[in-house]
Design a binder for this molecule. Structure first.
Ligand code: MG
Ligand code: MG
Length: 263
């Protein structure tokens, strides 16, 4: 396994792709409202990407775990859906839902990838707490992205915040390196058990660019599938949240490449 190290010039290019991703996510999140289908959200993402002259990274992408290519540009994961939510015409957003939007794009040969969870109108206190915990887990994980720390420090940071809130990191999912390709080494486990199973840890070095993406749920660490070949759900159907930033490891401190206007 080779972990790519990027120069500041290349990091600027990855940032360019990440900024398009953020703009598209901000545009899609504004369209999230009761009555809209997850398919329509995908169409908005496609149009917004095209308008910016970028290429969606997930459309027709064949991940290592699948025999087929993903048929949409946006992953939309509603309530108990964790990640890889397949947009559908018949899936209609309603008041009280939490909707995770995950989007990737290529700009000038470099990739960006980011995810946010959006509350639809008034959501339950538990869902609100879960979103806050997941965002905080991401922020704490970003802080440890300095040379000399380890991938396991990222995993620990996520785990500690999950424990503080009494919520659960989901197994068998995680973040990844990113740069010329949307998914590069190393794998960044979302749950410490996967770090132990991998029997591998990596020291963070200047120039590593990482997509960190905690996925936490209200009730379980176990995942399942909903039968559409893509959408990962929580095994107990409890709600899940997902946030993802891209961060460059730097001696000057972590550099977040996905900057959202309202944090
Ligand atoms: Mg993503
Ligand atoms: Mg990712």
């Amino acid at each position: 396994m080779a972990i790519e190290l990027y120069s500041f010039k290349e990091i600027e290019k990855i940032k360019g792709a990440c900024q398009v991703v953020v703009e598209v996510l901000e545009e899609v999140s504004k369209a999230v409202r009761p009555g809209i289908s997850t398919y329509e959200l995908d169409m908005i993402a496609r149009e917004a990407t095209k308008r910016r002259g970028a290429k969606p990274a997930f459309l027709n992408y064949k991940p290592p775990f699948s025999k087929e290519s993903f048929p949409a540009s946006l992953c939309v994961s509603v309530n108990e859906a964790v990640v890889h939510g397949l947009p559908k015409k018949e899936e209609i957003i309603k008041e009280g839902d939490i909707v995770s939007l995950d989007f990737g794009a290529y700009v000038n040969g470099y990739a960006g990838d980011s995810a946010i969870t959006v509350a639809v109108g008034q959501v339950s206190k538990e869902k609100e707490m879960l979103m806050k915990a997941t965002k905080e887990a991401l922020e704490e994980a970003v802080k440890v992205c300095v040379p000399g720390n380890w991938i396991s420090d990222i995993v620990d940071a996520i785990y500690r915040v999950a424990q503080k809130y009494g919520v659960y990191p989901l197994k068998n999912l995680g973040g990844h390196g990113i740069g010329r390709k949307v998914h590069e080494d190393p794998f960044i486990p979302n749950h410490p058990i996967n770090l132990i199973q991998e029997k591998k840890d990596y020291k963070l070095r200047q120039g590593m660019v990482l997509a960190i993406e905690p996925m936490l749920s209200l009730g379980t660490e176990e995942i399942s599938h909903n039968g559409d070949k893509w959408t990962v759900i929580t095994a107990d159907r409890s709600p899940a949240a997902h946030y993802e930033y891209v961060v460059a490891v730097s001696k000057q401190g972590p550099i977040v490449l996905t900057e959202f206007k309202d944090g």
